[in-house]
Design a binder for this molecule. Sequence first.
Ligand SMILES: *Cc1c(COP(=O)(O)O)cnc(C)c1O
Length: 422
Amino acid sequence: MTNQTQLFERSKELVPGGVHSPVRSFKGLDSTPRFVKSAKGAYITDVDGKEYIDFCMSFGPLILGHRNEVVENKLKEALERGWSYGACEPYSLDLAELLLERLPFVDQIRFVNSGTEAVMTALRLARGATKKNKIIKFNGCYHGHVDSMLIKAGSGLAGTAEASSGGVPEGIAQDTLILELGDLEGVKACFEDHKDQIAAIIVEPLPANNGLLIQEMDFLNGLREITKENDALLIFDEVISGFRVAFGGMAEKTGITPDIVTYGKIIGGGLPVGAIAAKKEIMSNLAPVGSVYQAGTLSANPLAMVGGRETLLQMTADKYVELEKNTNRIAEVFKKWLAEYDGGKFSNYNVIHTASLFWIVPGDKIRCVNNIPGNIGEDFVPLFELLLDKGIYLSPNAYEVGFASLAHNDEVIKDLEERLWK
Ligand SMILES: *Cc1c(COP(=O)(O)O)cnc(C)c1O
């Protein structure tokens, strides 16, 4: 028995399914989860001493790679000052100022501890600001494990919705309206059907949690127009796309100004941070100024604020160019190998990619859930296991995207080629 299998057995006794987040569980795969002992740059090392090129990168936060030296040193300094006060501190101001200077479409920000918390607050804020209850969400977008976002299209009449998780009350499902990505007509009809009841549309402007479903500009522009016409708010959930596709995320890249933006992942550089940002007029609805309550014992944790700031300070415009260039090369390397391997065993696979995100999938031009081939979960198993064996760690699920970081440089790409063709 390897150290990992022993640890997984132990973990399953202690924790449901042996994991603290379901996507880590290797469910449906042949092998058991790798237990990571340490990491540096683009690499992780498991407890059995095996090293992998990491394309999961903590599911996104580590845009500089593991243990970037500047971040590490600043975190050590921060540690020596104390790591939680529950009182005002200067470090969150430094991060807030850096962000607000570079995100011209928002005036104010509030820090929380996760993407889920950011979404939860954004929804409450949208409802508080508009005095309406219903929220439109798209099939294939993930917005964290908030009750009202764990909803799928119902099996009954069009427009009905039901919980996609146990423990979510029916009453909550009724206020979430589920539509398909790309379906502007559906959005218009939904506003007709629920006149003056829709507080907001929430969307991942670059959906990257159920494959990589790149949207057309017409769709995103349409959402902006329709929400304006109906006095509803547009929430961009940029927990993945923020600071990844550009510093200002999809709001910057598309030029579309959302009413509320949520951030997470990169904003903490690998420490637990999330944020809600908007114009002052909307943000002033939040307590203690307004009536929409939101709070957090560990919010704006000084260590996390330093980790986020030192990560984001390094993300200059040229770094985004470099990231995209390297990701294009990584995608090309994978494509070539997938086409060639074992007489074409994986030649039906393609690599959909944008900025520093990529998705290895048997298909092309996939823009909504209905375009995703049905059995990609099963097909993924032999590919994932083979890559794992070669020391290449993908996110352990066919529907999860791959993340490249600035540490995935020339040398790592060369190593990737060697590992693939070995
Ligand atoms: C990851 C993610 C979330 C949830 O963030 P957590 O920090 O995992 O709670 C919400 N929305 C999007 C778009 C995400 O990618």
